[in-house]
Design a protein around this ligand. Structure first.
Ligand code: ADP
Length: 647
């Protein structure tokens, strides 16, 4: 558990979890029995108990947990136990719908009020709210703050508000929504109610802003660790991005993958390439109309599509919990963005992979994009500096000399104690150091010096590899001492080395159209032998069967898992809900491992509560039963054949 005191915040940090339990006499068993009954989970995750108790005690709270950390349960449990109706503020209709579908599938009384309802549905839902039928009602901030809605809530004496995605209230967040600002009136409107804010955003400035804007009073601050141990991070040099992305996707055959690109054009081209390679892929960006976007997102959620190739526009509304891989075909613009985007992988807690294809040119591209848009907007210099600094942090993250988990944790101000995370390319030894990288570095730099810092990367590579080009002949560079010095090094490797020299600021290039290579003080130190250089060999492919990635498959009967998965798709289609609303992948794997064939065995499966047992138990038990019988029959006939063979 990670409890953090936040300096200078107006809320009150909880340094001792028991502090929050004071006054709340409810035994933990009581909380757990509801969690087991509705969700089929047998324990609580870090901070959930404290957050639930804050909800029960009407103590304002700010709960900061990473994506997949289990924030929803924190506001779902208190109204069940207290038998009251709480309001959840949510920014998107799709998020509300998904949550309500998921809750109803567990037998939990919940509803959402939004513009997508018919007048009849709205009327009925409002009636249900007034009669106290629901434990949770989801609503967008702009609807909540209308005078009619506020007075209806006062009449039913609502005493608790959960603000989901609370960072949307802050200018400093990555998803600022002006509508959220209206929530600062909530405390005045409901002085007796408690407010509980939830976010995955790690920056202190945003947290402080949330507390101030919402006027949280003596708030309990519950801050979880930002590390996601189930994610394996890899940064790979980008050489032939289409092929490289395809390779990653093939490691995740039939699984959900999100690929992020910088531009809309890139998303379309890459999705097209993948489709030609028979991958079920589509692009997604803000230039598509609302209908196209909705259809693509739904196809992905409903598992009709495996891969979405998107710009950052594909974001908050995605609730598919079994995304097994998030690829960045190019460098995102900050670690915050990276954390958010990779946060969409492995929300079900199972292993997932995050691969960032990095090239030094991305850094330059972002720099010029940011500078240009900054100039167009006529903004102040400091704000550009701040953006460039964020970019620089990410560039440092991309360097292959430190554990990625540690780097991310420390960036967000948390200590990372493991010496080896076993879940990043660096700790898994997939980034092998070149032996004596100083010598090739000296050769490259000398070639730049000998050609008088007047040429671009291609020419330098051609000279070093002893090429026969018009330029070489024109400048008589075949007579240089560096000509052909790296004849045995592949073009790919050589480009990889030059990029690493840029990255380590041992070599520079002009920003004009010629992109001429230039030396700096550090380059001369290397050439004079005063400075050693570290570089990596070309990236090796990570093995799909590496121990980490298969850990959650231990004991799982994969053919049975696939059958359960098709059953899930079919049941979800019949009910018009996304498959994970029926059961998530962790539950299906547990079933395919333990093969429950009785109700009591089924209830022991992770994620099977009473309502889901009632709704789906028989179907899944039948499927397991017939699978086991067929397989027993197969095994018998196989042993018959073997047994009849002459010895
Ligand atoms: P967040 O909103 O923090 O991103 P969610 O609330 O969506 O995370 O939870 C992520 C997943 O973890 C969901 O599938 C949820 O049902 C599951 N989960 C939450 N709490 C627990 C728990 N105590 N035990 C097991 N699974 C849990």
């Amino acid at each position: 558990m990670f409890l953090v005191s936040l300096r200078g915040m107006t809320g009150q940090a909880i340094d001792h979890p028991e502090q929050i339990g004071v006054g709340s006499t409810l035994p933990l068993d009581k909380i757990l029995s509801e969690v087991r009954r509705y969700w089929g989970y047998t324990s609580l995750r870090p901070h959930q108990e404290a957050a639930i108790r804050a909800g029960l005690e009407h103590r304002d709270s700010l709960v900061v947990l990473p994506t997949g950390g289990g924030k929803s349960l924190c506001y779902q449990v208190p109204p069940l136990l207290a038998e009251r109706t709480d309001i959840v503020v949510s920014p998107l209709i799709s998020l509300m719908k998904d949550q309500v579908d998921g809750l109803r599938a567990c037998g939990y009384p919940a509803a959402a009020l939004h513009s997508g309802l018919t007048p009849d549905e709205r009327h009925n839902t409002l009636n249900d709210v007034v009669t106290g039928k629901h434990r949770l009602v989801f609503v967008a901030p702009e609807r909540l703050m209308t005078s009619g809605f506020l007075s209806m809530l006062s009449r039913v004496d609502v005493r608790s508000f959960a603000i989901d995605e609370a960072h949307c209230i802050s200018h400093w967040g990555h998803d600022f929504r002006p509508e959220y600002r209206q929530l600062s009136q909530l405390k005045q409107e409901f002085p007796r109610a408690s407010i509980h804010a939830y976010t995955a955003t790690a920056t202190e400035r945003v947290r402080r802003d949330i507390i101030e804007q919402l006027g949280l009073d003596e708030a309990a601050l519950l801050v979880g660790t930002f590390d996601r141990p189930n994610l394996a991070y890899r940064v790979v040099a980008r050489l032939d991005v289409n092929r490289q992305v395809l390779e990653v996707i093939r490691r995740h055959r039939d699984e959900a993958v999100i690929v992020y690109c910088i531009s809309r054009k890139d998303t379309e081209a890459l999705a097209e390439f993948l489709r030609v390679q028979k991958v079920k892929a589509a692009h997604y960006h803000a230039g598509m109309n609302a209908d196209e976007r909705r259809q693509t997102q739904e196809a992905f959620t409903n598992e009709e599509l495996d891969v979405i190739v998107a710009t950052v526009a594909f974001g908050m509304g995605i609730d598919r919990s079994n995304v097994r891989c998030v690829v960045h075909a190019a460098m995102p613009k900050s670690i915050e963005h990276y954390q958010q985007e990779t946060g969409r992988a492995g929300r079900d807690g199972l292993e997932a992979e995050c691969v960032l294809f990095y090239s030094f040119s991305d850094f330059a591209r972002w720099k010029s994009l940011l500078t240009r848009s900054h100039e167009d907007a006529g903004a102040q210099a400091e704000s550009l500096d701040a953006k460039l600094e964020l970019l620089e942090h990410l560039r440092r993250y991309c360097q292959p000399f430190h554990c990625r988990h540690k780097h991310l944790s420390e960036y967000f101000g948390q200590v990372y104690e493991k010496a080896n995370c076993r879940a990043c390319d660096v700790c898994l030894n997939e980034t092998p150091d070149m032996e004596d990288a100083t010598v090739p570095a000296q050769m490259i730099l000398s070639c730049v010096a000998r050609t008088e810092e007047r040429f671009g990367i291609n020419h330098i590579v051609n000279v070093l590899r002893g090429g026969d080009t018009e330029m070489i002949r024109k400048w008589q560079h075949q007579n240089l001492s560096t000509y052909g010095l790296m004849r045995d090094t592949s073009r790919k490797s050589l480009l990889h080395m030059v990029n690493q020299l840029f990255d380590q600021s041992l070599l520079e290039r002009t920003t004009d159209e010629y992109k001429t290579l230039r030396l700096n003080g550090a380059s001369w130190e290397v050439m004079r032998g005063e400075r050693n250089v570290r570089m990596l060999s070309l990236p090796e492919k990570p093995s799909r069967e590496s121990r980490r990635e298969t850990a959650s498959w231990v004991g799982v009967d994969r053919p049975l898992f696939e059958e359960l998965r098709s059953l899930r798709t079919q049941l979800a289609r019949e009910r018009g809900v996304p498959p994970y609303v029926v059961f998530n992948d962790a539950t299906l794997r547990d079933m395919a491992r333990r093969k429950p064939r009785t109700e009591s065995a089924m209830l022991m499966i992770h994620g099977v509560g009473e309502q889901k047992l009632k709704n789906f138990g028989d179907c899944f038990m039948d499927c397991i039963d017939s699978f086991c019988q067929t397989h027993a029959a197969d095994e018998e006939s196989a042993s018959d054949v073997l047994g009849s063979e002459p010895m």
